[in-house]
Design a binder for this molecule. Structure first.
Ligand SMILES: [Zn+2]
Ligand SMILES: [Zn+2]
Length: 345
């Protein structure tokens, strides 16, 4: 494990170079535009000159201090697209100038029981980008080379950024939801707008649940192939095989259980959720299941990114200058855009 906080290295060859970042100095306060000395990659690490970084709901949970053991100061952001501009000792298979993506999973220990059973997403000693290691709301970032995904040259930087968490976690959630054809998506934000396209490509029928009355998002969901869109307080026209909950609202769990058929599965995809209210056992009875999804494995990322071109996924992004990160977070919180927000340094 090589978690680093706000280290203070000198620039390459001793020459001072500055990077800029939007730093969370105290929980529940706005990020602050900060100039920092540029950082040198350690052994096995790369430095990436960032060209785009997506804004994820998890960034809101980081800012709000809703995740365990919050660390400040921290630079949030874990949907990083950029080009390698420095290689640490021992890095192989990557080169200067190459475009890469840096996801949420920043490093794992490789030796705990979960790492050894190919479940590195559950590692006992993980490093998370933008949470326990500085992330991508910046002009540059340090990352572990083994956890960076080569992105090739197809697609714009901004269009790729949301794939690195919304897409990856969404893809893992979709796999865990099982093979069922009738799929409900609760909370139609960045992740759902990607998953809907992947699910349609898999010939599933997507049922999109939004905030009650959010007609704009319901129209957006239909435009991406949803066969039905309505409020989360509505029941779908037929029982679902599975539902994925992306919204951080525990009250959706019993509602989704009510919407799935016997033996159906409800997948909770978020890292944080408000408390789940009590509900009658009858909603879980008949072998319905509730399962959460935590983090990602590198294999999830490789599987997903390899198939993105075939799936024809088009991300809908709203770009903000890096220094407007607080506005982007506020707009995400208020649901003021559809698709995903992306910060551009
Ligand atoms: Zn581990
Ligand atoms: Zn995320």
């Amino acid at each position: 494990m090589s978690g680093i906080g706000l280290v203070q290295p000198t620039g390459p060859s001793g020459k001072f170079r500055a990077m800029h970042a939007m730093v969370l100095n105290r929980l529940r306060t706005p990020l602050e535009w900060t100039e920092l000395p540029d950082r040198r990659p350690g052994p096995g690490q790369i430095r990436v000159k960032i060209t785009a970084c997506g804004v994820c709901r998890t960034d809101l949970h980081v800012v709000d201090g809703e995740l365990p053991d919050p660390q400040v100061p921290i630079i949030p952001g874990h949907e990083i697209v950029g080009r390698i501009d420095a290689l640490g000792d021992g890095v192989t298979g990557l080169e200067i100038g190459q475009r890469v993506g840096i996801p949420w999973l920043g490093d794992t220990c490789g030796s705990c029981p979960y790492c050894r059973m190919q479940r590195e997403n559950l590692c006992d000693h993980p490093v998370f980008t933008g949470y326990t290691r500085d992330g991508g709301f910046a002009t540059a970032a340090i990352a572990d080379a083994r956890f960076a995904f080569p992105l090739g040259e197809a697609g714009s930087d901004a269009s790729l950024a949301p794939l690195l968490c919304a897409g990856l976690i969404g893809w893992r959630s979709l796999a865990i939801a099982g093979e069922g054809k009738l799929l409900g998506l609760y909370g139609f934000g960045a992740a759902a707008h990607i998953v809907a396209q992947a699910a349609c490509w898999q010939n599933r029928s997507v049922f999109a649940f939004t905030q009650p009355g959010d007609v704009t998002t319901q129209i957006f969901a239909r435009s991406l192939g949803a066969v039905w869109a309505g409020g989360s307080d509505e029941m779908p026209p037929e029982k679902l095989d599975a539902a994925i909950i992306f919204a951080p609202a525990g009250a959706l769990v019993p509602r989704a259980l009510k919407a799935v058929r016997k033996g159906g599965r409800v997948v909770c995809a978020g890292i944080h959720m408000s408390d789940i209210p009590g509900f009658p056992y009858a909603l879980l009875w008949e072998e319905r299941q509730i399962q959460s999804v935590a983090n990602l494995t590198r294999q999830d990322g490789l599987d997903f990114l390899r198939q993105v071109p075939a799936m024809g996924i088009v991300t809908h992004t709203t770009a903000y200058p890096l220094e407007k990160a607080n506005r982007a977070l506020g707009d995400l919180r208020a649901g003021r855009f559809n698709g995903a927000a992306v910060l551009i340094p």
